[in-house]
Every structure is written in structure tokens, then in C-alpha cells.
Write a protein that binds this ligand. Structure first.
Ligand code: S3P
Length: 197
């Protein structure tokens, strides 16, 4: 094993043995069901559910729309990166299901952070018209939810990035439990022991 030196680029430095608790990360566009599926998956596994947007709101003290409106999207993305780094650097005991807001996985550095921490990313996909329908339901206010054409265009623009995830799961017309089952099977997670096999 080579010795680590400060001069070595980080990509060549030997990695510390990975003892972090297991984690799965759900990514996808607005309306993908990351929170709903994430909560159900965490309940099945006996893991903690962590929503990155909730961490941002807890840290900043403002709602997501207020952050966008008062500080702008760039400031929001900065907070998103910071809180993702913290969540990965200081994982709590037991497994975690981490749900990322729709724009977080678009960022290459965020993708890199997940890879470095060996957190498998699962892309929850559905046709744009289905995603738009889901977002029209009253509930969460989304600053980037605009008219249908802009929504579709943003989805098409982002989709290639989501496809970098290790797993892509189609969610249209499916029960939450069936999506959860597919994630557990694909990732060989053990729904009984609270850890991956
Ligand atoms: C965003 C999606 C939102 C939230 C923020 C930005 C995006 O999360 O993070 O409004 O860029 O698509 P959801 O995907 O949970 O709606």
C-alpha cells in the first residue's frame, strides 16, 4: 500500500478503510417520489430517513422558497453542497436513506462526493407528464416548478445526469411497496438486519 503524502493528488491517495454505516441515496426530478419512497424504504430496512431539503431548512431557518427568493439559487446550491458533505462526513449510526432535492445530483461534485463515500445512487424515473401531474397536487411549494413546457425542458436537460446513478427505476403507475421491493432486490439490501448483505 503506498504511503499518503500531501503532494499526492486526492485521486491517487490511498482511501481509508470504509467503515461508514450503509447508505442509499434517492435522486430524480421533482415529483419522482424520492421522499415517499425514501420514507417507505427506510421503514422497511429499519434505517433512518434523511431529506437533504429538510437539513437545509433546519440549518438555514428559512423555507426552500424563501431561500430561493431572498438569496437566489446559487446560495441554495451552496447550502445543498454543504449539507450533503456534512451528511456524508458525519453519518449517524445505523443505515440511512438519503433523499436529494431534484437539482442536487445534477452537480458533478455532488455526484463525486457520493461515489467517494460509496453511497449508491438510485434514480427514480417517470415520464415528464406523470412527474408534472404529481407536482400539481397541492402540498410542497417548489420554486422551480413553472409551466409545463419549461418543466419538460428542464427534465430533458437533467435526465442524462440522473442516468449516471448506479440504478434507474421506473415508478410510473406503480405502488410504493413494489418500488421499495425493487430497490431492496437491486441493491441486495437486507430488509431484516438493518444492514446490506
Ligand atoms: C429542486 C427540487 C426541490 C428542492 C428545490 C430545488 C430542483 O426538491 O430541492 O426546490 O432543483 O429540482 P424536490 O425534488 O424534492 O422537489
Amino acid at each position: 500500500m503506498p504511503q499518503m503524502t500531501d503532494e499526492m493528488p486526492s485521486s491517487q491517495r490511498p482511501r481509508a478503510p470504509h467503515h461508514a454505516p450503509p447508505a442509499v441515496c434517492l435522486v430524480g426530478f421533482m415529483g419522482a417520489g424520492k421522499t415517499t419512497v425514501g420514507q417507505a424504504l427506510a421503514a422497511r430496512l429499519g434505517w433512518r430517513f434523511v431529506d437533504l431539503d429538510d437539513l437545509i431548512v433546519a440549518r438555514d431557518g428559512r423555507t426552500i422558497p424563501q431561500i430561493f427568493q431572498q438569496s437566489g439559487e446559487v446560495a441554495f446550491r451552496g447550502l445543498e453542497r454543504e449539507l450533503l458533505e456534512e451528511a456524508l462526513r458525519f453519518p449517524r449510526a445505523g443505515g440511512s436513506v438519503l433523499s436529494l432535492g431534484g437539482g442536487a445530483f445534477i452537480d458533478n461534485t455532488n455526484q463525486q462526493l457520493l461515489r467517494e463515500n460509496e453511497v449508491a445512487a438510485v434514480f427514480l424515473d417517470a415520464p415528464a407528464e406523470e412527474l408534472f401531474r404529481r407536482c400539481e397536487r397541492p402540498g410542497v411549494i417548489r420554486p422551480l416548478l413553472s409551466d409545463r413546457d419549461r418543466f419538460y425542458a428542464l427534465y430533458e436537460q437533467r435526465r442524462p445526469k440522473y442516468l449516471n446513478a448506479a440504478h434507474c427505476i421506473q415508478t410510473a403507475g406503480r405502488e410504493i411497496a413494489s418500488i421499495v421491493d425493487e430497490i431492496i432486490t437491486r441493491l441486495s439490501l437486507d430488509a431484516n438486519s438493518g444492514a446490506s448483505k
